[in-house]
Design a protein around this ligand. Structure first.
Ligand code: DGJ
Length: 568
């Protein structure tokens, strides 16, 4: 008898083992988590750096086309792809959903070992309502349009329509329900972008009758409460506007924010925020993935809201979005401007982690990725147009000839390869606050970062053997009292002590190498000509600066490991 019980329990145990091997416990849902100094995207239980790229708007409407894109995307070393999903692609007839495309995209991504971020092109895409289904476009009675100053309706759904909100919410929640069913076992989808660059173009506010009525009513008390509670942390220009109008705690939009187009912009921001918050909440009730919006940034030639989409989460109105849309986790900038350093700083705030869903993919893009991730604890970077990355090739200086035609040699591909190797080190350092980065141009050629026991002096590369490049970038991670990992391209780096003790810094030991499965594998030792920046040792010692330093050429980014010492 005892034998029989033992035999049966062996079978039960064997069956249990087989079952658990076949059905792996679902990984936790991707989510944002505050870890020390950073808010990180946690995927499969670990911080994830989204080394991403976004496809052209309609690339993802054809699975056949995507078959040509996936292999290129893999060669550029992405781990995450942002793809659009149009409301009209999944609900062409009201109430009848077809998610074949979504399933095909999930399938394609999985086959190529990639993760996805879906962009829900619903009520608005670049301010317009061009991706809504035909049954929405055609029925302006039921789905009213915004109107401009001249009285004309435009191809833009009004934010004040409950019918539009309900119809978009129904479709979006059906999509999120589908994702939950289709992806719980895999977690291929990491986040959702809700709508795309919302905001009214052509006027500073919607002039339809319901919008005019809402504009004449008092500012909702929940917005004013938020502003009062968060006063010290408000965007300075918003605070100025509010204070200039008397810092009132009740009144109409113009009474509270003054009689300028800024009041219109704030009103629009509030209404878009409420609309998206309702949708984000309903979607999260189905499947709680992180949700972000993307911002069409004010361009240098823009004068008033309406030149750029009025109500889009620009820095001026980001607090209005935080108040009106708590279910939106991130307001993200689309940085199609070259001053990436300024924009990343504006959007990285204590309540807003940095994620950049659209930007450049060329050499400047590689520098942006390093800078956003290294200096602003970014959770990812994503250049636009990743389905045809050929146009990101680097040209030989002064020519139109690419340095290489191989996608693996693109500056972005090389930068992503290094960031992938360094991900555990970087994400750990983001949480500890032991990381910094430099983004240098010939106009801004120098950055000093105080990190650990030293000030790290980073300069654009002026190595006597090479011409001065137009751009340089580096990430610096402090890993011990006198020890750093540095990755970069076209920079040179010296060190100065920043704590009590012997006052002059020197290089003790430098090596190149790579990370394999998170472990540092040293390669060549670096010394002699490869660390000598200048022979004027007296000048260096007078500044307490190390007499030699790290040099990163144009063949990178590469990684160097440096140990320093100090002397009197
Ligand atoms: C910004 C938009 O968000 C994208 O969808 C795309 O239209 C690009 N502009 C084109 O540059």
């Amino acid at each position: 008898m005892r034998h029989r019980i033992a035999f049966i329990s062996t079978i039960v145990f064997a069956l249990a083992v087989t079952a658990s091997a076949q059905i792996p416990a679902a990984a936790p849902i991707p989510h944002l988590e505050k870890r020390g100094a950073a808010t990180q995207l946690i995927v499969d239980g670990k911080p994830w750096l989204a080394l991403a790229g976004e496809t052209d708007n309609t690339a993802s409407s054809s699975l056949e086309y995507m078959e040509t894109a996936w292999p290129k995307i893999v060669k550029v070393n992405l781990n995450t792809v942002l793809v659009g999903i149009g409301w009209d692609w999944v609900e062409p007839e009201e109430g009848k959903y077809d998610f074949t495309l979504v399933d095909g995209l999930l399938d394609g991504a999985r086959k190529h070992n990639l993760r996805l971020i879906f962009l829900w092109f619903g009520s608005w895409k670049n301010g317009l309502s061009s991706f809504v289904p035909e049954w929405v476009k055609a029925d302006q009675q039921r789905f009213p349009r915004a109107r401009l100053k001249n009285g004309k309706p435009v191809e833009v759904l009004s934010t004040l329509s409950e019918a539009s909100l309900n119809a978009d919410t129904r479709a979006y929640t059906a999509f999120m329900r589908h994702l939950k069913e289709a992806d719980t076992g895999r977690r291929t989808v990491l986040m959702i972008q809700l709508q795309n660059e919302v905001g009214l173009i052509g006027d500073s506010r919607d002039r339809s009758a319901p919008a005019e009525a809402a504009f004449a009513r008092p500012v909702p008390p929940e917005l004013l409460d938020y502003l009062q509670k968060n006063k010290p942390a408000l965007w300075p220009d918003l605070l100025k506007l509010w204070e200039a109008a008397g810092a009132r705690t009740a009144g109409t939009w113009q009474e509270v924010f003054g009689k300028s187009t800024a009041a219109d912009e704030i009103f629009m921001a509030w209404n878009y925020a409420r609309y998206l918050d309702h949708m984000a909440k309903a979607g999260k009730a189905e499947y709680p993935l992180p949700v972000f919006t993307n911002t069409w940034l004010v361009q240098p030639q823009d004068q008033v809201p309406g030149d750029y989409p009025s109500g889009c989460p620009e820095p001026l109105v980001i607090d209005i979005w935080k108040a009106g849309a708590p279910a939106i986790d991130i307001n993200a900038p689309d940085v199609h401007l070259r001053n990436f350093n300024d924009w990343s700083e504006r959007f990285h705030r204590p309540n807003n982690p940095l994620f950049v869903p659209e930007s450049y993919g060329d050499l400047g893009g590689a520098a942006n990725a390093f800078y956003g991730i290294g200096q602003h604890a970014g959770i990812g970077y994503s250049p636009f147009g990743v389905n045809s990355p050929e146009h990101w090739a680097e040209m030989r200086p002064g020519t139109n000839t690419p340095v290489s035609n191989a996608l693996e040699d693109l500056p972005l591909a090389k930068a992503y390869a290094v960031l992938a190797q360094m991900t555990p080190l970087i994400t750990d350092a983001q949480a500890k606050g032991t990381i910094g980065a430099a983004w240098l141009t010939t106009q801004q050629p120098r950055r000093d970062i105080a990190l650990g026991n030293y000030v790290v002096n980073i300069d654009i590369q002026r190595n006597r053997r090479n011409p001065v490049p137009a751009l340089g970038y580096a990430i610096v991670v402090s890993v011990g009292p006198d020890e750093y990992f540095v990755a970069g391209r076209d920079v040179q780096i010296l060190f100065m002590p920043n704590t009590p003790g012997p006052e002059i810094a020197g290089l003790a030991r430098v090596e190149t190498g790579k990370f394999v499965d998170g472990k540092w594998i040293p390669g060549r030792r670096v010394n002699g000509d490869d660390v000598v920046l200048e022979y004027d040792q007296a000048a260096a010692a007078a500044k307490n600066q190390s007499g030699s330093g790290l040099i990163f050429g144009a063949d990178g980014p590469t990684i160097q490991h440096v140990k320093l010492y100090r002397y009197h």
